[in-house]
Ligand binder design. Sequence first.
Ligand SMILES: [Fe+2]
Length: 204
Amino acid sequence: MMSLQKYLFRALLLSFFVSYADDANKNVLLDKGANMDKKHAGLEQEREPSIGISSQDRNASIKLLNSILADMFVLYVQTLNYHWNLVGPQFNDYHALFDAQYRALFDEIDKIAERVRVVGGIAHGSMSEMIAGASLQEDSGDIPAPRQMVVNLLKQHEKLIKNLRHAINETAKNERDMGTSDLLTGLLVAHEKTAWMLRALAER
Ligand SMILES: [Fe+2]
């Protein structure tokens, strides 16, 4: 039978590892999409926005916005790739559809990056940050057939919708940052519509 001392020692050891793993996990989540350490060269300190949102809540918004920005950038490049490289008898239809979608994504990316600046952060601005900060996996394999492109894009939009919903819930909680939650809600509605259209197109 285990002595009380041994039992307590093991319980202490276990709680240490659990809390270490938990912290490590939180840090990974915080680092993803954070970009909090970057500063403007030559500027000692940028003026912080005094807009009625605490710095803690602004930092939370910056992380969420940068991670959505990275997701959208991955989807933007994937849509461009399909727009450029698709082949087949329905070329014109798909080419035009993907054209409209990548342009819409670009407009959204710009709005999100500017919102990062509005709440006092630095927006992701390099490909390595986009890849590292995205939860969407980019499609870098062979060029799929047009219908498969539609299915692949649908899956990406659906994942993005879930990420947007999470970010909206977080920023709307206790009215932390209603400007960001409002911006993201508009994007959510647009992506839900795009997903519906892609889903309808994928039927046969
Ligand atoms: Fe084009």
